[in-house]
Design a protein around this ligand. Structure first.
Ligand code: 13P
Length: 252
């Protein structure tokens, strides 16, 4: 298989210690029961839970990721966390440029690229998020917006082994609304083209592009069966182990 599908949970700012550990235990136990997993699994809890969740996942096939990382490795950056620190406690992935960070923290694509370069230098894989707003979609600018975000958010030197793209239309996040599968396939194909232009065709053909935005057990197979969709980045439905695993089953 050229691109093994990735089923990733973004827990966002949810979970106290006990909830997080229980959720990680439930996911880990369910994944352990799969005899031949057809996809890779990743969970991205909030910073406060990373270390405890790592202990639950140790030796398991579920990877651990964070939801942001600073551009620097250390220093006077109150409230921030570096890629070096995340790697040190056992993370292998970090989500960068999520629309909630772009909107709430004013993160530009240039900043995302600098964060991604730092993450790669520290041996982390990045999940770089892009996606258009409802207004941009209504104006027919989806592909233009997404290709520009790709161009500016992906640092030079990105490779298929250390970079995953997540296409998350802003208007589909947490709303229950989703684009049609045809729309998703069209945008993913355009993203792959943009990656080929920025890096090269071989890297683009190997790089995973996930869909995110109101993915649920009931609609997951519509997206996961598309040729250019290589997995899902799941918010709300990743907070219930049964839903998360039901989505993963759509890959089978
Ligand atoms: P929802 O699945 O809750 O729509 O969130 C998607 C998302 O933002 C994942 O990063």
């Amino acid at each position: 298989m050229l691109r093994k599908k990735l089923i990733a949970g973004n827990w966002k700012m949810n979970g106290k210690l006990e909830d997080g550990v229980n959720l990680a235990r439930a996911v880990s136990a369910a994944v352990r029961k799969l005899t031949k997993p057809q996809c890779e699994f990743l969970i991205c809890p909030p910073f406060t839970l990373l270390y405890s969740v790592k202990k639950v996942l140790r030796g398991n096939k579920v990877a651990l990721g964070a939801q942001d990382a600073h551009t620097a490795s250390k220093g006077a950056h109150t409230g921030d966390i570096s890629s070096e620190m995340l790697k040190d406690i056992g993370c292998s992935y970090v989500i960068l440029g999520h629309s909630e960070r772009r909107t709430n923290h004013g993160e530009s694509s240039r900043v995302v690229a600098r964060k991604a370069a730092a993450a790669h230098a520290n041996g982390l894989k990045t999940i770089i998020c892009i996606g258009e707003t409802e207004k941009e979609r209504d104006e027919g600018r989806t592909i233009e917006v997404c290709t520009k975000q790709i161009r500016n958010s992906m640092p030079a030197g990105s490779q298929a082994f250390n970079t995953v793209i997540a296409y998350e239309p802003v208007w589909a996040i947490g709303t229950g609304k989703t684009p049609t599968p045809q729309d998703v396939e069209e945008v993913h194909a355009a993203i792959r083209k943009a990656v080929a232009k920025k890096l090269n065709k071989t890297i683009a053909s190997r790089m995973r592009i996930l869909y995110g935005g109101s993915v649920k057990p009931t609609n997951a197979s519509e997206f996961l069966s598309l040729p250019d969709v290589d997995g899902a980045l799941i918010g709300g439905a990743s907070l219930k182990a049964e839903d998360f695993m039901a989505i993963a089953k759509s890959v089978y």
